[in-house]
Design a protein around this ligand. Structure first.
Ligand SMILES: O=c1[nH]c(=O)n([C@H]2C[C@H](O)[C@@H](COP(=O)(O)O)O2)cc1CO
Length: 154
């Protein structure tokens, strides 16, 4: 099953939480979103309770999901240490990554994120308000095709 690890700011600031929820809803058309709670304070509260509000458990649980994910999608407009950390770990795990950024003068995107774009397995894309399904379908068909093993020639 195609699984997606979605990253979005939590302690970095929740002003884009509704947007995360809308993105997650669209992502669910392509596969299972492992971190649906990032768009919902209610789901996050439930998960935190299952993990005893223990930060080591939260961290290890997330890294476990990250390592099993087929692709990582991050909304990076609202700066977040946790999202930056997840992206670094994702690159180290050789994951396929899509970063989504809404350009704005008071929230400039880190060069460590935009500069990681290689138009191959780390994509960084600017967008306005709602990322289109076309962007996801292009990205995921590219990412999933690339990760599909090719049949061996006889
Ligand atoms: O309680 C949490 N649970 C959790 O899964 N995270 C992960 C998911 C988010 O993509 C990312 C947000 O990091 P931050 O809280 O530094 O903004 O970290 C972050 C927190 C809080 O730091």
């Amino acid at each position: 099953m195609f699984t997606i690890y979605f990253c979005g700011s939590i302690r970095g600031g929740r002003q884009d939480a509704d947007l995360y929820q809308r993105i997650i809803k669209k992502l669910k058309k392509y596969g299972k979103v492992l971190t649906e709670f990032v768009g919902s304070d209610e789901l996050m509260g439930e998960l935190d309770a299952t993990l005893d509000n223990d930060e080591v458990k939260i961290h290890n649980n997330d890294i476990g999901w990250l390592s099993t994910s087929s692709a990582v999608v991050a909304e990076v407009t609202q700066p977040s240490l946790g999202v930056g950390y997840e992206l670094g770990r994702a690159v180290a795990m050789d994951k396929k990554v899509l970063c989504l950024y809404r350009p704005q003068p008071d929230k400039l995107l880190s060069a460590m994120i935009r500069g990681a774009n290689n138009d191959k397995n780390f994509l960084c894309r600017d967008y306005e308000e709602n990322p289109s399904l076309i962007l996801f379908s292009r990205t995921f068909s590219k990412l999933s095709l690339e990760s599909t093993p090719k049949p061996l020639r006889k």
